[in-house]
Design a protein around this ligand. Structure first.
Ligand code: IMP
Length: 179
């Protein structure tokens, strides 16, 4: 695989689609086991998590599983703005329900913390978190992540739904920025 250029940055191949796929299957297996007797509502955090959510949700074998979508934004370019906006909100009643937040990546944990606080106000029975990628060295906030598909170092990545200024989401593999 070759390097790719998005705007001013060059990215090199980092995690191949086969590895992503088997990591997702592994996470789905755990969720299928843990939440087998629940009626979980998967909450896909747009835009970045749409590819992961589509692949994860098709591996979920819980008959009463549902999925819905919200839209958040915190990054501009390669940096967090330190401010999270919910651009499109939640229309379902989540009181008394098991909610599984589906995130593309947890970096500082700020977005996740804000989202969890917003959801808590609606009195769900429990909130679980599933993320495709986790940067453990970047974490700054005290948030519990229940399911992590892949741990990655503190570097900027794109592909498989993740973007650099909205570009790169369509890449089938994950690419890392070249220093
Ligand atoms: P946090 O609030 O710092 O945890 O950042 C979470 C959000 O920032 C994610 O949902 C992504 O939209 C974005 N983000 C963080 N790291 C990256 C990255 O390496 N590539 C693309 N987007 C990222």
């Amino acid at each position: 695989m070759e390097t790719i250029k998005l705007k001013d940055l060059t990215f090199k191949p980092y995690i191949r689609r086969e590895e992503i796929s088997s990591a997702i299957k592994h996470v789905a297996k755990q969720i299928n086991k843990d939440l087998a007797d629940k009626s979980p509502l998967f909450l896909c955090v747009l835009n970045g998590a749409f590819v992961f959510a589509a692949d994860l949700f098709r591996e979920i074998e819980i008959p009463d599983a549902e999925i819905t979508f919200i839209r958040m934004k915190s990054y501009i370019g390669t940096h967090s703005t330190g401010e999270v906006q919910m651009i499109s909100g939640l229309h379902e009643d989540i009181s008394g329900r098991t909610v599984v937040i589906v995130e593309d990546i947890v970096d500082t944990g700020f977005t996740l913390l804000q989202l969890k606080e917003m959801l808590q106000e609606c009195n769900p029975a429990e909130i679980k978190v599933a993320t495709l990628l986790f940067k453990p060295d970047s974490l700054k906030y005290d948030v519990t992540i229940d399911y992590v598909a892949l741990d990655i170092p503190q570097a900027f990545i794109v592909g498989y739904g993740l973007d650099y200024d909205e570009l790169g989401r369509n890449l089938k593999d994950i690419y890392i920025v070249q220093e």
